[in-house]
Write a protein that binds this ligand. Structure first.
Ligand code: S3P
Length: 412
């Protein structure tokens, strides 16, 4: 796809629904008692993988536009499940299957089959789960076993690992305490509490007891990870307004970065919808300055790092990002692919073991970008090209369907 430069991007954007919240709304309602409607859902490929898996397990999941109607299954049936490209689907299903005593085999595409699964399997085994991975990766097999609650300390601050443990704990005897090194996104805790689970969050600890779930309607806010591309265009080239964006503090770290980079932005109409903080985000063209941050900020902005690094390439001064080694095990090795994308645009970005050193040039020339079939690299590259001097081309563009099917239409 060819992207030509533009000097002004001004507009109002309806960003698609939050991917993390949509996955959870489908999965949790599919095992709850009763029926629920999910509105504003993201129907990207990852969430469709979750929907297909829950159907295969016995739930009714019907899609109609951005609405999903779900009728939960009382008991799940054994199944072989294709999780596609979706780490959230595979990892959360490992915990769900273990907690519900079903026998499942989980597979995924080439990217997902290369990603680490022992980070979920090993702590689940502490509860008594019977799980086998193949050399630490998919295919993953979960067999029925009796679970006993205990205290589990996770090694990585990962909402996928934490959520898998919480889902397993809903079926374990006694209390389970999940403790993570830094607080990761907490959509699971919020949604399960609203569905009647016995769950209590206390800082980086979550206490869970065996519980059933009641179906609950969910209105999904727009995904800040998707809004980030249009927020970045506003900061670089005009003024953008993204409506109805989820600004849960465990997700909104990009706003902290914006403050540090001198980006002019405001949150309007702040409100709470279905237990999640939501706002309209307005971002105005700003002279960007370099920023440095590390591990503590990572969980709240991990998916936005490619586009944040891109903004650093357009800033004045040297930015240093550390503590981001989790990027190495995303849909691509995002330390390598982000650095390559910025270099392809004419920027100066050095990949380090756990992050980036980016020497901002204030303007980028443009060039040809490879997405490596990673949706977030494709979209960050498109933003970089649109704001560059000459534009250029991106290879393998269809991967945006994973999280943002209408991305190029909206950019157009
Ligand atoms: C997600 C958690 C994060 C994030 C991913 C979605 C989730 O992954 O990168 O896009 O929905 O729980 P980790 O849990 O591996 O940090």
């Amino acid at each position: 796809m060819k992207i030509l430069p533009r000097t002004n991007f001004t507009g109002e954007f309806s960003i698609p629904g939050d991917k993390s919240i949509t996955h959870r709304a489908i999965m949790f309602n599919a095992v709850a008692e009763g029926e629920a409607d999910i509105t504003g859902a993201l129907l990207g490929e990852d969430c469709l993988s979750t929907a297909a898996c829950m159907r295969a397990l016995g739930a009714t999941v019907e899609t109609d536009g951005d609405r999903i109607h779900i009728c939960g299954a009382e008991t799940l049936r054994d199944a072989s499940l294709d999780c596609g490209n979706s780490g959230t689907t595979m990892r959360l299903l490992m915990g769900l299957a273990a907690g519900r005593g079903v026998h499942v085999r989980l597979t995924g595409d080439a990217s997902l089959s290369s990603r680490p699964m022992e980070r979920v399997a090993a702590p689940l085994r502490l509860l008594g789960a019977d799980i086998a991975t193949e050399g630490g990766r998919a295919p993953v097999e979960v067999r029925p076993a009796r679970l006993q609650g205990c205290r589990v300390e996770t090694k990585v601050a990962s909402a996928q690992v934490k959520s898998a443990l919480i889902l397993a704990a809903l079926g374990a005897e006694g209390e389970t305490v999940v403790c993570e090194p830094l607080l990761s996104r907490d959509h699971t805790e919020r949604m399960l509490a609203a569905m009647g689970a016995r769950i209590r969050a206390d800082g980086c600890e979550v206490h869970v007891r065996k519980s059933g779930l009641r179906a609950a309607d969910v209105r999904v806010p727009a995904d800040i990870s998707s809004a980030a591309y249009f927020m970045a265009l506003g900061a670089l080239r005009g003024e953008t307004l993204c409506r109805n964006v989820g600004v849960n503090p465990t997700r909104a770290g990009i706003l902290r970065v914006f403050k540090a980079m001198n980006v002019q932005f405001s949150l309007e109409n702040e409100r709470t919808v279905c237990g999640e903080p939501v706002a309209d985000i307005r971002v105005k063209k700003s002279p960007l300055r370099a920023v440095s941050f590390g591990r503590e900020w990572m969980p709240s902005l991990i998916d936005e790092l490619p586009v944040i690094a891109l903004l650093c390439a357009f800033a004045e001064g040297e930015s240093v990002i550390t503590g981001a080694e989790e990027l190495r095990v995303k849909e691509s090795d995002r330390i390598a692919t982000t650095a390559e994308m910025i270099a392809a645009l004419g920027g100066d970005c050095t990949a380090t073991a756990d992050g980036f050193v980016i020497r901002g040039k204030r303007a980028l020339e443009g060039g040809n970008v490879r997405s490596h079939k990673d949706h977030r690299i494709a979209m960050s590259g498109a933003v970089g090209l649109a704001a560059s001097a000459r534009g250029g081309e991106i290879e393998d563009v269809e991967c945006v369907n994973i999280s943002f099917p209408r991305f190029y239409d909206l950019l157009g």
